[in-house]
Ligand binder design. Structure first.
Ligand SMILES: [Zn+2]
Ligand SMILES: [Zn+2]
Length: 371
């Protein structure tokens, strides 16, 4: 079938919105009509080459839609089901899935390889017949998607498209960074460094978890104001400014958890984050760094003598099949503000504008809405 998609051929050019040819779903795959796509920063990392993905690619890895056709052997979904996509596949059978660690499912090793999830091949082709790789096996910047069922999560049909798309990556990652990885509990003090898509979910997670102090750090005023609406008790424009606030509100104890969710992670951010954490505190690195980043600023004496922990996380160390429906249930109960995270919606044709607005710091989150 013919559908329209945003395609990237070379880094730092532009997303090209064009008609592509989409093959029917094969065994273990489904065809989905896309209803909404989130504009996550990771697409920008592929756009600027920070994350070397196979090109040309159909962009987008946050999305929701409705199943319109089943490939051979698919029994867990039916035509008409609403799904959220999940860039983290969950096969349910590998050692990690069996242990409840779906975020490191073995199927994830294929995410940056060309084409579809194994057994592979290509379903997406441009007008010249060139094969296209759907980003992280998803490609949500398209009116239709062919997806492996391992990358789909069936959700409540009553959930509106935008929140259903946001939980694909950013919300679940930010939320889990606080609750799963930093293990924040009631009464603790949390610092969230970077209050965009990930950070605004992290702030809400800290609020829901009952944190006493939630300090949102961002150089952009719009994001600090939003952090306040999402539950931050204090805001600061830099980690240095935050350090003074945290010192005063904790009587010098400092923060139980520090969550690093800036647009791009850099090695020199670790030392100031380390000094924001109390002795025995948890520092969680969530944001993506340039893939070759090796050097970090860290005080190794203090790390050991103050018994601090630095923890990396992917997908907020969560399970898509548990956490996506779980967070949407909290949205339905009014405990998570997902609609409020979206500053502006765009059509597929406006995808370049949406990313320019992200670069200009005008958006907490942008989302593409399909007709
Ligand atoms: Zn698995
Ligand atoms: Zn993402």
């Amino acid at each position: 079938m013919r559908t329209r998609a945003a395609v990237l051929r070379e880094p730092n050019t532009a997303w090209s919105v064009e008609e592509i040819e989409l093959d029917p779903p094969e065994a273990g795959e489904v065809l989905v009509r896309t209803t909404a796509a989130g504009m996550c920063h990771s697409d920008e990392h592929i756009f600027d080459g920070t994350l070397p993905a196979p090109l040309p690619t159909v962009g987008g890895h946050e999305g929701a839609g409705v199943v319109t056709e089943l490939g051979e052997g698919v029994t867990e979904l039916a035509v008409g089901d609403q799904i959220s996509v999940s860039f983290i596949p969950s096969c349910g059978r590998c050692r990690w899935c069996a242990a409840g660690q779906q975020y490191i499912c073995d199927r994830g090793m294929h995410l940056m390889s060309p084409g579809m999830m194994p057994p592979g091949g290509f379903r997406h082709h441009d007008a010249d017949g060139n094969d296209l790789t759907p980003m992280l096996k998803l490609g949500t910047f398209a009116e239709h998607m062919v997806l492996n069922v391992d990358s789909t999560i069936k959700i409540d049909p009553d959930i509106p498209p935008i929140p259903a798309a946001l939980v694909s990556c950013g919300v679940t990652t930010g939320f889990g960074s606080v609750v799963n990885r930093a293990e924040i509990t009631a009464g603790e003090t949390v610092v969230v460094v970077g209050c965009g898509g990930l950070g605004s979910a992290a702030v809400q997670a800290a609020r829901v978890a009952g944190a006493r102090n939630i300090v949102g750090v961002d150089p952009v005023e719009l994001k600090r104001e939003a952090a306040g609406r999402f539950g931050a008790t204090h805001t600061a424009s830099s980690m240095e400014e935050a350090a003074e606030i945290v010192k005063s509100i904790t009587n010098g104890v400092m923060a139980d958890g520090v969550i690093l969710t800036p647009s791009v992670m850099h090695g020199e951010m670790l030392a100031p984050a380390q000094f924001l954490a109390r002795k025995g505190g948890r520092i969680v690195v969530t944001a993506i760094a340039p893939i070759e980043q090796m050097d970090v600023q860290l005080n190794l004496f203090e790390l050991a003598m103050m018994n601090k922990e630095i923890r990396g996380t992917i997908f907020g160390s969560g399970s898509p099949r548990r956490d996506i429906p779980h967070l949407l249930g909290m949205y339905q109960a009014g405990q998570l503000q997902l609609d409020e995270m979206v500053t502006r919606t765009y059509t597929l044709d406006e995808v370049n504008q949406g990313y320019q607005d992200m670069r200009d710091g005008k958006n907490i989150r942008g989302a593409i809405v399909f007709d």
